[in-house]
Design a binder for this molecule. Structure first.
Ligand code: NAI
Length: 243
C-alpha cells in the first residue's frame, strides 16, 4: 500500500494520467494532479480520487516551462509536505512525415515530452534526496523503443526519455531513488481516437486488442508499490507489439 505517500502525476486530467492517479489513490496515495488547461476534467479526477479516501488537489502547469514546473513542485510541497512518487505522463504528438515536419512541431513535442520530464525530475529530486527515497515513472512509448514512421519527433522524445530514465536511475540509486519507464503500445485515449480494433495496426498486436488506460495504470502501481528492487528498466505494456 502507498498510504502516507504523495504521488504527483502530470497530465492527470484525462486518459492514462487520470487512470494512474486513480490507481495510486486506490492504493492509498495522496494525489497532486498536474493539468495543462482543462480544470473541470482535473477536478473530476480529483473528486474520484477523494472518493477513495485520499487527499487530491489540482495544479495548473505547463510542464515544458522550467520556472512554472519549479513553482508547481514548490506548491505541492507546501500543500502535501513533499512528493514520494513522480509520474511524468504529460505528452503530446504532432505527427507528420519527416520531409514535411514543421520545426515547431519537433520543438513542441521535445519540449513537452522530454524537457517536461526533465523539469519535474529536476525540481523533485532535492526532495527525494532529503527524504532518502523516491520513485520516478516516465511514460515513454513503444515508438521510442522500435520507432514509428510519421512520428520522428514523438519517437525521439520518447527514446530520449529512456536514456534519461537510465541515467537518472544510475545517478540516484545510491540515494534510494528508483527511476523506470513504461512504454505503452496503442492505448484507447483521446490521443488515439482515430484508432479502433479494426485498424490494421491494431490487428498486428499479438494480444489482439488495444490497451486500456487501466492496463498502464496497473504497471505504474506495480512499479510504485511492489517494484522496490527495480530501477532503470523499461516495461513495455503493449500486448506484445514491441517484442
Ligand atoms: P491524452 O492526450 O489523453 O493525455 C495527455 C495529457 O497530457 C493531457 O491531460 C494533457 O492536457 C497533458 N499535457 C499535454 N501537454 C502538457 C503540458 N505542456 N503540460 C502539462 N500537461 C500537458 O493522452 P494519453 O493517451 O493519455 O497519453 C498519456 C501519455 O502516454 C503521453 O505521454 C503519451 O505520449 C503516452 N502514450 C500514449 C499512448 C496511447 O496509445 N494513448 C501510447 C504510448 C504512449
Amino acid at each position: 500500500m502507498l498510504t502516507g505517500q504523495t504521488a504527483l502525476v502530470t497530465g492527470a486530467s484525462r486518459g492514462i494520467g487520470a487512470a494512474i492517479a486513480l490507481k495510486l489513490a486506490s492504493r492509498g496515495a495522496d494525489i497532486a494532479i498536474i493539468y495543462a488547461g482543462n480544470s473541470a476534467a482535473a477536478e473530476e479526477t480529483a473528486e474520484k480520487c477523494a472518493a477513495l479516501g485520499v487527499t487530491a488537489r489540482c495544479y495548473k502547469c505547463n510542464v515544458a516551462d522550467f520556472a512554472e514546473a519549479k513553482a508547481t513542485v514548490a506548491a505541492v510541497k507546501a500543500d502535501f509536505g513533499g512528493v514520494n512518487i513522480l509520474v511524468n505522463n504529460a505528452g503530446i504528438n504532432r505527427d507528420g512525415l519527416i520531409a514535411m515536419m514543421r520545426e515547431s512541431d519537433f520543438d513542441d513535442v521535445i519540449s513537452t515530452n522530454l524537457k517536461g520530464a526533465f523539469n519535474m525530475i529536476r525540481h523533485c529530486t532535492p526532495m527525494f534526496i532529503r527524504a532518502k527515497g523516491g520513485c520516478i515513472i516516465n511514460i515513454s512509448s513503444v515508438a521510442g523503443v522500435i520507432g514509428n514512421a510519421g512520428q520522428t519527433n514523438y519517437a525521439a522524445s520518447k527514446a530520449g526519455l529512456l536514456g534519461l530514465t537510465k541515467s537518472v536511475a544510475r545517478e540516484l540509486a545510491p540515494k534510494n531513488v528508483r527511476c523506470n519507464a513504461i512504454a505503452p503500445g496503442f492505448v484507447q485515449t483521446d490521443m488515439t481516437k482515430e484508432f479502433d480494433d479494426s485498424n490494421p495496426m491494431v490487428a498486428s498486436i499479438p494480444l489482439g486488442r488495444m490497451g486500456t488506460p487501466e492496463d498502464i495504470a496497473a504497471c505504474a502501481a506495480f512499479l510504485a508499490d511492489e517494484g522496490s528492487y527495480i530501477t532503470g528498466q523499461t516495461l513495455c505494456v503493449d500486448g506484445g507489439l514491441a517484442m
